[in-house]
Design a protein around this ligand. Structure first.
Ligand SMILES: [Zn+2]
Ligand SMILES: [Zn+2]
Ligand SMILES: [Zn+2]
Length: 170
């Protein structure tokens, strides 16, 4: 957030409270965090806050456009303060780690529907799912270690192991 959040909230006619400011700061510190993460951060900063108060503050901040809410499948909603652009998300299926990815097109909707059925389409919800580098490394690391323990002569060729693994996967 480039400007002082207190004046930004006031400009939008939002009553500035310590709880709202703390929620906004927590979202800013931990992009793509859940409401529970935020509650934990806010409690550490200003003391007791109910779960409901966190949800209320988040709802208001989303409504006023200070916070963006994303709702990946089978996951609690996540919040971030990067708003006003059409960026997308890359989510690891294994550990849930979420990163931003700029929209290749820039504006909404960045995908053209094959048929619009007469709708005026204003958004395409894009989430890229996959496996993050750490989970990929962990997955690839296991066969490599087994291989080394088995004491074959080609244990110093991880690339060939990877290739074999990929071939098996398909
Ligand atoms: Zn991962
Ligand atoms: Zn994001
Ligand atoms: Zn896009």
């Amino acid at each position: 957030m480039p400007r002082d959040p207190t004046s930004l909230l006031r400009e939008q006619g939002v009553q500035v409270t310590a709880q709202r400011l703390a929620v906004l700061r927590a979202v800013s510190r931990r992009p793509h965090c859940t409401a529970d993460d935020i509650a934990e951060d806010v409690r550490a900063e200003i003391g007791a806050i109910s779960r409901q108060a966190v949800y209320d503050a988040l709802g208001m901040l989303v409504e006023k456009g200070f916070v963006r809410r994303i709702q990946p499948a089978r996951s609690p909603a996540r919040y971030e303060d990067r708003v006003g652009d059409n960026h997308h998300h890359l989510i690891c299926r294994t550990c849930g780690k979420t990163v931003d990815v700029d929209c290749a097109v820039g504006d909404t909707p960045c995908l053209t529907a094959a048929a619009d059925s007469g709708y005026e389409i204003d958004e395409a919800e894009v989430i890229y799912w996959g496996t993050c580098p750490e989970c990929l490394a962990a997955r690839r690391g296991r066969p490599a270690i087994e291989h080394r323990q088995s004491n074959h002569s080609d244990s110093d060729q991880p690339t060939s192991i990877k290739r074999k693994e990929n071939a098996r996967g398909r």
